[in-house]
Design a protein around this ligand. Structure first.
Ligand SMILES: NC(=O)c1ccc[n+]([C@@H]2O[C@H](COP(=O)([O-])OP(=O)(O)OC[C@H]3O[C@@H](n4cnc5c(N)ncnc54)[C@H](OP(=O)(O)O)[C@@H]3O)[C@@H](O)[C@H]2O)c1
Length: 283
């Protein structure tokens, strides 16, 4: 049996959809906090099991009989996100799971500028220490996050983002999901670490260039001061911890934590990756 955590999320649902084209759905377990979110899969043959990252026993129950687990990284940030991820690793070990495929981030490190980079580093280490087999997908940013970064620039061309000349090797979420399904249904990949990126990295000035060529917009990137960015985020009423997390993403891009480009995603897909220029054109 193959199980997926975070199965009701964007990456989880895309992976479920690729996975069920490659294997018997009766051997797939979708682990969700709220089963109502997967009602469209009710008659698909997939087993839908309820579990919450805050409830370790529910995780052990949900992983019963599972050999391979796709652990999709937690959406909570800070200490809570870290605890959620460590709860999943411990429960997998306790339930007798043999292998974890974990979606990490491109540059995990105890000293990462990106908040999630520090969490992913600790989780990768916990998986290694568990003695289970593993495959790490060190994912770059999704192309689908571009609208979040550039805001209303799709209409007016003006990008205000404190990322300097830092580049991001955006990759399509559906490409990542298909590659995950290939690894989950394939052999090998033992103790392998893959950098999952697009075929090119783009600064936000490069994104402005794409908006000019693909959308005919008079586009510009304004590298605003980080403090001004945080001040703007503060006006949205977000808690300080979320503001710090979002700002850490920009600072991390600025210093190049998302700039690496690797062929691994294309190798795992056996076809070219979706291009960021095509994504921008589709906006
Ligand atoms: N590479 C990137 O650009 C990028 C961007 C954003 C996020 N990420 C990371 O990649 C992960 C997957 O991305 P995504 O777009 O699929 O995120 P998503 O749509 O937000 O999915 C997150 C999933 O985690 C589940 N979840 C949250 N808290 C939970 C809990 N306490 N117990 C059990 N399940 C819980 C959610 O369940 P509900 O449906 O019940 O909320 C959802 O299924 C994210 O969680 C985040 O770590 C990466």
């Amino acid at each position: 049996m193959i199980a997926i955590t975070g199965a009701s999320g964007n990456l989880g649902q895309l992976t479920l959809s690729h996975l069920t084209k490659k294997m018997d759905p009766n051997r797939v377990v979708a682990v969700v906090r709220d089963p109502k979110k997967l009602t469209s899969y009710r008659d698909s043959g997939i087993a839908i099991r309820q579990a919450d990252y805050d409830d370790p026993e529910s995780l052990v129950r949900a992983f019963s009989g599972v050999e391979k687990l796709l652990q999709i990284s937690a959406s909570a940030t800070g200490a809570l996100g870290q605890q959620h991820e460590l709860n999943v690793v411990k429960a997998a070990k306790a339930a007798g799971v043999e292998k974890i495929i974990y979606t990490s981030t491109l540059t995990p490190s105890p000293n990462a500028v990106f908040g999630a980079g520090r969490i992913c580093s600790t989780t990768e280490q916990a998986i290694k220490d568990s003695g289970l087999d593993y495959t790490f997908f060190r994912n770059s940013m999704y192309q689908e996050t571009i609208p979040m970064f550039i805001g209303s620039a799709v209409q007016d061309g003006q990008i205000y983002y404190p990322s300097g000349e830092g580049k991001v090797s955006f990759a399509a979420r559906t490409d990542m999901a298909e590659a995950l399904a290939n690894v989950l249904t394939g052999d090998g990949h033992h103790k392998a670490t893959y950098r999952i990126t697009g075929d090119e990295a783009f600064s936000f000035a490069d994104i402005a260039t794409l908006l000019r060529s693909e959308k005919r917009l008079d586009a510009t990137h304004h590298d605003i001061p980080s403090e001004a960015y945080k001040e703007e985020l503060g006006k949205t009423g977000l808690p300080q911890s979320e503001i710090d997390f979002i700002a850490s993403m920009a600072a991390s891009i600025r210093i190049g934590e998302f700039s690496a480009v690797d062929d691994q995603l294309e190798n795992l897909l056996g076809r070219p990756r979706f291009k960021t220029s095509d994504y921008i054109r589709s906006l």
